[in-house]
Ligand binder design. Structure first.
Ligand code: MG
Length: 365
C-alpha cells in the first residue's frame, strides 16, 4: 500500500445551519439543518471535507456512529480506495444498515474522500465524477413552500420567471384539492405555459387521493408530481405512474441503491431524485445515476444544490438541480446561477468554498 495516501486523521463536528427562510411542506417544517461535517487528512497533506444533513432531528445519532464506529476505522486506510472504505464502513455498521442514520454517516465520509480524490487529480468534482457537461438547468423551490399565501406564491413565481428562470416547484397537499388547484392555477396564469412547473406532495397522500389530485393537476401542464405517496409504497407509485400522464418523481427519501433499483425497474419513477447525503455518498449516488441512465430515466437530485450541481453535471442522466440555497452561512462563495442554469464549480475538489471560521461559530458538538 502507498503510505503517502493513507489516512492519518479523521474528525467530525455537528454544525447547525439556520434555514434562510421559512420552509414548510405537506408533512414537515425545516427550521435548521443539522450538518455532520467530516474532515479527513492524509499523509501527503490533503484535507478532504464532507457533509450530510438532517432537517432537524437525528444529527447526534449520526455523530455517534461517526465518532464511535466509522472514524476510528479510517486511520491507516488508503484514501484512494473509496469503494473499499465504503464497503468496510458499511460492514462495520451492519446492525443499523440499511437505514437513514448509517447512510448519512457514510455520506459525510464518502464525500470527504471524493474531495481528496478530486483535489489529488487536480479536477473539479463534475469532471472527476464523469464530466458530462458543465452546467444544468435549475428550478426554484424556495418560492413555492406550502405555507406561502397564494398571492405571495404567485408574486414569487412571477418574479423568478421575470428574472429569466425557466422552472419552479410548488408544494401541494393543502387540506382540499380545491386549495391546491386554486394556487397552481394562479401560478400557471402568472408564469405562462412555457414555464416548467413541478409539484411536490412530500408523501402526503393516500393512493386514492394522489390519483384524484394527479388527474386534476394534469390540466395544468405539470412537469412532475413528486413523492405523492409514502416512500415505501413502491407499488402505489408504480400504479399511479401507469394511470396519470404526469411523470412521477421520487428518490429523496431512499437510502439504498436497492430501493432506487426497485423503483426504477418497477416503472415507479419517471424522475429519480437521489440525494447524495441520504443515499450514503457520491459513490452510491453515481451508481443510481448510471442505473437510471440504463433505464432511460432522468436524474434530478434532491436539495444539496451546492454539491449536486457538480454531480448532475457529471452524468448523462442529470437534468435539473434544485434551488434551495443552504450553505450561505458557512461558505465564502455561491453557486453560479445564470440564465436559468447552475454552473458546476471549475476548481479542484468538491467545489464548495467552506469558511472554516463560520463553521466553527455554528458548531454545537
Ligand atoms: Mg421533495
Amino acid at each position: 500500500m502507498c503510505t503517502l495516501t493513507r489516512i492519518t486523521s479523521a474528525s467530525a463536528r455537528l454544525v447547525v445551519i439556520p434555514a434562510a427562510t421559512e420552509r414548510t411542506d405537506a408533512i414537515q417544517a425545516f427550521a435548521a439543518q443539522e450538518t455532520p461535517f467530516v474532515e479527513i487528512a492524509t499523509a501527503d497533506g490533503f484535507v478532504g471535507r464532507g457533509y450530510s444533513y438532517t432537517i432537524g432531528t437525528g444529527g447526534s445519532a449520526v455523530m455517534a456512529l461517526l465518532r464511535d464506529v466509522m472514524l476510528p476505522r479510517l486511520i491507516g486506510e488508503d484514501s484512494r480506495k473509496i469503494e473499499h472504505v465504503w464497503s468496510m464502513l458499511r460492514a462495520s455498521t451492519r446492525s443499523t444498515t440499511p437505514g437513514t442514520l448509517t447512510a448519512l454517516a457514510l455520506a459525510a465520509v464518502d464525500i470527504a474522500l471524493w474531495d481528496i480524490s478530486a483535489q489529488r487529480s487536480q479536477q473539479p468534482l463534475a469532471l472527476a465524477a464523469g464530466g458530462h457537461r458543465t452546467s444544468t438547468p435549475v428550478y426554484d423551490t424556495e418560492h413555492g413552500w406550502l405555507h406561502i399565501p397564494t398571492d405571495e406564491l404567485v408574486d414569487g413565481m412571477r418574479s423568478i420567471a421575470d428574472a429569466g428562470w425557466t422552472a419552479g416547484k410548488v408544494k401541494v397537499g393543502k387540506p382540499t384539492l380545491a386549495e391546491d388547484l386554486e394556487r397552481l392555477t394562479a401560478v400557471r396564469e402568472a408564469v405562462g405555459d412555457d414555464f416548467t412547473l413541478m409539484v411536490d406532495a412530500n408523501q402526503g397522500f393516500t393512493r386514492s387521493e394522489a390519483m384524484r389530485r394527479a388527474r386534476a393537476f394534469e390540466e395544468l401542464g405539470v412537469a412532475w408530481l413528486e413523492e405523492p405517496l409514502p416512500a415505501d409504497d413502491v407499488q402505489g407509485h408504480a400504479m399511479l405512474a401507469r394511470q396519470t400522464s404526469i411523470p412521477i418523481a421520487v428518490g429523496e427519501t431512499l437510502t439504498t441503491i436497492g430501493q432506487c433499483a426497485e423503483y426504477l425497474a418497477g416503472g415507479a419513477a419517471s424522475v429519480m431524485q437521489v440525494d447524495a447525503a441520504r443515499i450514503g455518498g457520491i459513490t452510491p449516488w453515481l451508481k443510481v445515476a448510471h442505473l437510471a441512465e440504463a433505464l432511460n430515466v432522468s436524474i434530478a437530485p434532491h436539495f444539496l444544490m451546492e454539491l449536486h450541481v457538480s454531480l448532475a453535471a457529471a452524468v448523462p442522466a442529470g437534468t435539473w438541480v434544485e434551488h434551495i440555497p443552504q450553505l450561505g452561512a458557512v461558505t465564502s462563495g455561491q453557486v453560479l446561477l445564470e440564465h436559468g442554469r447552475a454552473h458546476a464549480p471549475d476548481f479542484p475538489g468538491l467545489g464548495i468554498s467552506w469558511d472554516l471560521d463560520k463553521i466553527e461559530g455554528l458548531t454545537v458538538a
